[in-house]
Design a protein around this ligand. Structure first.
Ligand SMILES: Nc1ncnc2c1ncn2[C@@H]1O[C@H](COP(=O)(O)OP(=O)(O)O[C@H]2O[C@H](CO)[C@@H](O)[C@H](O)[C@H]2O)[C@@H](O)[C@H]1O
Length: 531
């Protein structure tokens, strides 16, 4: 492939060495973006995918709420992140004034817009009686901003989960702004139609019964975060009541596997670890294991099988199975386990009780603790993910990159990312079970525990996981192909590999250059896929 330059029109292949492609303006709208505001995996995706897409020459930016806990992180003082002194945009939205400040996502070159209003002042992201109002307000502000901020008008708004799902409905008849809606979690669907009607304006053509359904119905393209989950949600078992709508969406619903940022998620440089390590030298893992055992009150012993789990403690994550199977497994074996996370009070209580029943063998660490999470990935021998359903899962990919063998239920993205260990054939990257049954999980734990006793094959298993390519490159290409379908313009040179091809290695995107201020590509609406 020759040199690639992003221009405002498709000029085809000019000669053997130069190809002209379009640069689109894409606005990611999300309630979370790592490292600023994170509850779960959606923050990881929104915090890492835009940089990769920018590497492909696209002008990608992020818009998110300016939460109260972020205010003290932005300012003029040393050590603080910079933002514009004054709002760059202000407007009446739902009877209140929304203001937007401009900044850059820390650690990247991705421009960031922060939507400010006193409803975001509390030091939390979710929950609270006004949760529906706050995110409907946010979505409304994003739509108004996209329509009226002339210095930078997006061609596509890329919306994430129910918090931004009304944007496709409002944009449905906008002639020059397309929408993509990504489902990270179908279980949370946002306000019902009657609640939306009380809070905001809904268009005359609106026929969705809640916010999530609106995103699916009106977005030009919809995706979820793994191919298997994209199939599963078309069925009553996983469709959360929206299976018919999702099945009707046809080819405009696809599964694009999440990736991880290999530069940030790297055991050879991670400052949160007690000792760094790499594929060629795993010795640091033993140091991390000892540190993990000490810090979490587990018996310090390099020989025992140490399990780890980092998750929101909600039904989705298979906590019921954990409670049923782990208690017996700890009683039966010399294994130990540390669980990090918070969530539903019932689950927190049961796990705490389990920790009290097995002192030195079981530890419960409550709260959101990113440093401890990394130590679990880098120190535990195996990682538990017995999910009831899993759109993709980021944790099992991080675990594999850190040599922590995943033990997972075969569902959603876990099917697409973890393969079962068969020692006789020297294949597999983890342990998998099918049915959502405590006995099956227990059996899987016992098999992994037995395999752990064989150090050489276990290390080979760890290394296969560490060597697996979970980079964003291939998935970013699939997102770009999806944007192309909306814009009906090429964002990538024709020869660029996409779905089904080998992962793009190295710095292929470093070949892309783009004009400093290219004009916006016009979006011919008539070319939109018709419903
Ligand atoms: N207590 C804690 N302390 C520190 N870190 C913690 C933590 N609890 C969780 N984390 C971190 O949050 C992330 C969890 O990501 P996951 O994708 O595994 O699950 P989640 O259900 O949140 O994401 C949803 O969105 C993502 C993104 O699309 C999908 O992969 C997934 O299937 C879907 O459920 C990991 O980076 C993990 O380390």
């Amino acid at each position: 492939m020759g040199r690639v330059s992003a221009k405002s029109g498709w000029a085809g292949i000019r000669n053997d060495t130069e190809v002209t492609v379009v640069q689109a303006r894409i606005l990611f709208a999300s309630a979370e973006a790592a490292p600023l505001a994170k509850v779960g995996g959606m923050a990881d995706v929104v915090g890492s995918l835009p940089s990769v897409l920018r590497g492909f020459g696209q002008d990608v930016r992020i818009i998110m709420p300016f939460y109260g806990f972020l205010w003290e992180q932005f300012g003029e003082e040393p050590g603080q992140y910079r933002r514009s002194k004054e709002p760059i945009w202000a407007k009446q939205v739902m009877g209140q004034v929304a203001e937007i400040y401009e900044s850059v996502l820390p650690g990247t070159d991705v421009p960031l817009y922060l939507v400010s209003h006193y409803c975001f002042a509390p030091h939390r992201i979710y929950y609270g009686e006004d949760e529906f109002w706050r995110f409907t307000f946010f979505a409304n502000a994003v739509a108004e901003f996209a329509w009226t901020y002339y210095p930078w008008k997006p061609n596509i708004i890329h919306c994430h989960d129910w918090h931004t799902a009304m944007i496709p409905a409002w944009m449905h008849q906008a002639s020059d702004i397309g929408t993509v809606f990504t489902i990270h979690n179908l279980a949370y669907q946002g306000p019902w139609r009657w609640q939306l009607e009380r809070m905001t304006w809904i268009p005359w053509y609106f026929s969705a019964h809640n916010a999530m359904a609106a995103g699916i119905l009106y977005a030009d393209q919809v995706n979820t975060v793994s191919p298997t989950y994209a199939m599963e949600i078309r069925t009553p078992l996983h469709g959360e009541g929206l299976q018919d709508l999702l099945a009707w969406k046809g080819e405009r619903l696809r599964g694009i596997l999440n990736g991880i940022d290999l530069d940030k998620v790297d055991p050879s440089t991670d400052p949160a670890l007690e000792a760094t390590f790499s594929l060629s030298d795993l010795r640091g893992r033993a140091v991390n294991k000892a540190a993990l055992q000490t810090q979490t009150g587990l018996a310090v012993n390099p020989e025992v099988f140490t399990l780890g789990m980092v998750a929101r403690l909600v039904e989705q994550k298979g906590i019921d199975l954990l409670i049923q199977a782990l208690d017996r497994f700890l009683a039966y074996s010399d294994a130990q386990c540390v669980v990090l996370g918070s969530g539903e009070a019932y689950y927190e209580g049961r796990i705490r009780e389990m920790a009290e029943r097995h002192p030195g063998k079981m530890s419960y660490q409550q709260g959101y603790q990113p440093k401890l999470a990394q130590l679990i990935y880098g120190g535990a021998d195996a990682f538990l993910m017995p999910s009831r359903f899993e759109p993709c899962g980021i944790s099992q990919m991080i675990a594999m990159r850190y040599g922590c063998v995943p033990i997972v239920r075969r569902t959603g993205g876990l099917v697409d990312t973890v393969s079962h260990h068969v020692p006789s054939k020297g294949i597999g990257t983890g342990y998998c079970f099918d049915r959502y049954e405590a006995l099956d999980f227990y059996t899987c734990l016992a098999r992994a525990w037995e395999a752990f006793q064989h150090k050489e094959t276990w290390q080979a298993l760890q290394k296969r996981g560490m060597a697996t390519d979970f980079s964003w490159q291939r998935s970013a290409l699939e997102y770009l192909r999806m944007y192309e379908l909306i814009l009906n313009l090429p964002l990538l040179p024709e020869a660029t590999p996409s779905k089904g091809s080998e992962p793009v290695q190295g710095n292929s995107h470093s070949k892309i250059t783009h004009d400093s201020n290219p004009p916006s590509p016009a979006k011919p609406r008539s070319t939109f896929p018709k419903r």
